[in-house]
Ligand binder design. Structure first.
Ligand code: ADP
Ligand code: MG
Length: 716
């Protein structure tokens, strides 16, 4: 018997084998403390125990009684094992049946007291309870069938019973949780202590316990977010950035050179950004705009401005594919500009410098690094790899992060940490050597771009430190994408439709959902779909397969082939859903569409309709639930992300809409982004911390926000 602590590894718990521990690790649960922060997503209320004589048909009930008889039988017809038991309490008897779980007859013996929770039915022989959750009552302790029972999100092969057993163990250590929230805040906001909240979230006696626990845990999340943004804001106030003059003539020239007219929103956003750049305060702005609304060209105006001012800027994107595409399209936009740009990704590095000769791979990379260091390259486009590399800039003044919501916790953490260190990116101090007039307090201008539709008021509360620009109109002339929810029985017809388009040389995207959360990259589901289409459905067509486990080179090859129409149908996981432009693709087909949020479906849909073809979005689902179908049908009625996000919220709650579906958005598990009161309270308390003194007086808090990985559990 070992002494348990919060840090104890789950594997050390008696009765837990390697296999279960491994499975738990896959969903991020390693220690007892991790378990404590693995919150239930739902509760079953078995708090009212029903006497057997008072059971009603077709209801959920909890009974407590004694086993009179228990035996296994074989049903001849269906070749099933049936465990039958007779349970009695002081009021009567009831038959209980389990299917194909013969071991139950070994676990439970006549004379045992049991607690059962499940559905009661009425058949020809009277009342019967089918496949109830059962639990032997030992010393009056029950964790699965009595009171309010928590339900957890699970990976395959871990049962609710196992996880509850483990969490019950972990809860014995919950008193050791250190409460990092200052006492006066706890008192003023009438919050539970941390250990109380953790106990009550897992083991509530009633609804009020759940509410109180959620309030405290939600406050934790919101307060830390607010504290983080207040801390950034605080530091930005004293920081200085390089003024980047608005070069009116040159920018006007650039705009005139575009093959289209900017929309009013684009003009307005660009103007807000360019004005920020003219100040010696660092810009901290977020540019929000639906997929395809044209954020890139706005970003380019900022990048150009840095270049026109003879300084460097970076554009960071989440994937290699997107980096390449950005490089290509920006290179085109800048054809008439005297600006040097480069692409920096793991698999490929290149520049638009005329006499630059491609050498061997390592040489090319070295050469480009050198050119950057010497200040010969103005705009650097690359994946996050570039923020981790030992890259030295010459005079970097601006960083733009594209598809900010796609950046994982890891990448954002690096950025947050760096900006908190008063150095937005680690290269800054090197960019300005000792003695440089801008000195230590120098900061980059920072612009992040996202297609996540967050209403302005919300964004302001959550990202308190950021200014927001919104592009809320689409470039003119976009065709609406015809969207249909396709029932299983119409699948054949859909395939014929697709075949017909392919015969006209058009191309198709197929997106598959993650089926198993332990299969994080969705490799399994996407491979199965690929096999099916390749072997059975379209044996004569060229099918491509894209998932997160492919090497960057392989991914690039597939994307290049798809772009060149050497692949008819591209099967992909949602993991690789980013702003890649394939103008010839006219159908976005989504399997298991019900598993995605509307905002995410909308993002997928934005992948088509970018060329001249009428485009289609086909949402496949095998669900018949009216609620699910209604939710999906919203896709056929609305074409903008904001409306869809709002509708999704009605159906699924904010945690799912913004929290788990969108990587990188504040990962909220207990908190709701729509709990204005609590957000306000958290903001108020965070501001107070900075008003009355500074964070240095709150060692625990400081540690807390310096460790954003502590919030990883919120990823769900
Ligand atoms: P996103 O906001 O999703 O990043 P992009 O910047 O990739 O969108 O723009 C999508 C497409 O729309 C690109 O092909 C771009 O050239 C084009 N585009 C951008 N602005 C306009 C405009 N004002 N009029 C017409 N087309 C535009
Ligand atoms: Mg984009």
């Amino acid at each position: 018997m070992i002494m348990l602590t919060l840090d104890t590894k789950i594997i050390k718990i008696t009765g837990i084998g390697q296999i279960v521990a491994k499975r738990l690790e896959k969903i991020g649960l390693k220690t007892l403390e991790d378990l404590l922060y693995y919150f239930p997503f739902r509760y079953d209320d078995f708090s009212k125990e029903t006497k057997i004589s008072e059971l009603k048909a077709n209801t959920q009930a909890n009974i407590v009684g004694q086993i009179e008889l228990i035996q296994n039988k074989r049903s001849a017809r269906k070749r099933m094992n049936i465990t039958e038991a007779l349970i009695s309490d002081c009021s009567g008897q009831i038959k209980v049946i389990w299917f194909n779980q013969p071991f139950i007859a070994k676990n439970l013996k006549p004379g045992d007291n049991v607690s059962l929770a499940g559905k009661v039915e009425h058949n020809f022989s009277g009342f019967v309870m089918k496949s109830p959750i059962y639990e032997k009552i030992i010393l009056g302790q029950t964790i699965h069938t009595q009171g309010i029972i928590p339900n957890y999100h699970l990976t395959a092969n871990i049962t609710q019973k196992q996880i509850r057993f483990l969490i019950a163990k972990a809860l014995k250590q919950s008193q050791k949780l250190e409460d990092w929230l200052p006492k006066n805040i706890i008192e003023k906001q009438k919050l539970l202590s941390l250990s109380e909240a953790i106990e009550k979230i897992h083991s509530p006696a009633n609804q009020d316990d759940i509410n109180q626990a959620k309030k405290r845990l939600a406050f934790n999340e919101l307060f830390l977010i607010q504290l983080q943004s207040q801390s950034i804001k605080h530091e930005l106030k004293s920081a200085r950035a390089e003024k980047l003059k608005f070069k009116e003539k040159k920018i006007k020239n650039f705009v005139a050179s575009l093959p289209f007219q900017l929309t009013n929103s684009q003009k307005k956003s660009a103007w807000e950004i360019l004005q920020d750049l003219e100040k010696d305060e660092p810009m901290a702005r977020m540019l929000e705009g639906d997929v395809g609304s044209g954020k890139t060209v706005v970003a380019v105006m900022a990048l150009l401005t840095a270049g026109f001012n003879k300084t460097q800027s970076v554009l960071m994107v989440p994937t290699e594919i997107l980096a390449k595409q950005h490089f290509a399209s920006i290179n085109e936009l800048l054809a008439k500009q005297n600006i040097n740009i480069c692409l920096l990704s793991n698999s490929e590095q290149k520049t638009n410098i005329q006499d630059f000769k491609e050498k061997s791979k390592t040489k090319t990379k070295q050469k480009i690094f050198e050119l950057i260091k010497k200040g010969k390259i103005d705009i650097i486009i690359g994946t996050h790899a570039l923020i981790q590399e030992k890259l030295e800039f010459n005079n970097l003044t601006l960083a733009i992060i594209d598809e900010q919501h796609r950046f994982g916790v890891e990448q954002r953490k690096i950025l947050i940490e760096k900006s908190r260190n008063n150095k937005s990116i680690k290269c800054t101090p090197r960019a300005f050597p000792a003695g440089h007039p801008l000195g230590e307090n120098f900061q980059l201008h920072l612009l992040s771009m996202t297609a996540t539709p967050i209403p302005r008021s919300l964004a302001l509360t959550i990202y308190g430190d950021l200014n927001i620009s919104i592009i809320n109109e689409m470039p003119p002339g976009r065709k609406t994408i015809m969207t249909r929810v396709v029932a299983e029985k119409n699948r054949e017809e859909a395939y014929n439709f697709i075949k017909n388009l392919i015969s006209k040389k058009q191309q198709i995207f197929v997106i598959c959902p993650l089926i198993d959360i332990s299969d994080k990259l969705g490799v399994k589901s996407v491979k199965e779909e690929y096999e099916k289409l390749d072997k059975k459905i379209f044996p004569n067509l060229k099918i491509g397969l894209l998932h997160g486990r492919l090497k960057p080179k392989e991914k690039n090859k597939i994307m290049a082939d798809f772009l060149a129409n050497k692949i008819n149908i591209l099967v992909s996981t949602s993991v690789v859903e980013v702003g890649v432009d394939i103008p010839n693709a006219s159908v976005m087909m989504i399997e298991g569409a019900d598993r995605f949020g509307l905002a995410q479906l909308h993002q997928f849909r934005g992948r088509v309709g970018r060329g001249k073809h009428q485009s289609y979005c086909l949402l496949f689902t095998d669900s018949n639930s009216p609620k699910t179908l209604n939710r999906l049908n919203a896709m056929t009625k609305y074409t903008d992300g904001f409306s869809l996000a709002k509708i999704d919220l009605q159906y699924r709650g904010p945690g799912e809409v913004y929290g788990t579906a969108q990587k990188g958005f504040p990962e909220l598990k207990a908190a709701s982004l729509f709990d204005y009161e609590l957000i306000k309270a958290a903001k108020y308390e965070a501001e107070n911390i900075f008003k009355n003194s500074d964070l240095n007086r709150f060692a625990k808090l400081k540690e807390k926000i310096n460790l954003p990985e502590k919030m990883d559990y919120l990823r769900g």
